[in-house]
Design a protein around this ligand. Structure first.
Ligand code: DAT
Ligand code: MG
Length: 137
């Protein structure tokens, strides 16, 4: 069994909408283990490190502003192939078209109204997970 760790964030929209418990319930039901969890109000500097790959893209500044709009819940999550598995549980980036059954598909709002907001973040590779966990924990 290939136990891995990933960084999951419940983003400001998820916390503000009172969906922290609902999202955690899906994560726990899948059998993943919460290794560490905390509420974080990140500084801009932390977010610049976290989203370095997106610097210069048109959505970068609005993304940082959104991530600064309120607290997020940061989770160190462990499980068998959890990096890929959590991304699958989260659904595709734009909740407008994310599949039903996923966190973004079931709970996320149409990006026509709420661009940037998609409830959760999950690391996309072992390298990203190691880098991002070191930033947030
Ligand atoms: P993901 O969060 O699915 O890994 P990503 O890493 O490509 O997606 O982008 C990071 C975040 O940036 C994403 O959660 C929401 C925002 N974003 C990405 N692409 C976008 C776009 N085309 N328009 C607006 N926001 C976008
Ligand atoms: Mg990403």
């Amino acid at each position: 069994m290939a136990t891995e760790e990933t960084l999951v964030l419940i983003k400001p929209d998820g916390v503000a909408r009172g969906l922290t418990g609902a999202i955690l319930a899906r994560i726990e039901a899948k059998g993943y283990s919460l290794v560490d969890i905390k509420l974080v109000e990140p500084e801009r500097d932390l977010l610049e490190q976290h989203y370095a790959e997106h610097a210069g893209k048109p959505f970068y500044e609005p993304l940082l502003e959104f991530m600064l709009s309120g607290p997020s819940v940061a989770i160190r999550l462990a499980g068998n192939r959890v990096i890929e598995g959590f991304r699958s549980l989260a659904g595709t980036t734009d909740p407008t078209t994310a599949a039903p059954g996923t966190i973004r598909g079931d709970l996320g709002r149409d990006w026509g109204l709420k661009v940037q907001q998609n409830l959760v973040h999950g690391s996309d590779s072992p390298e990203s997970a190691a880098r991002e966990l070191a930033i947030w924990f």
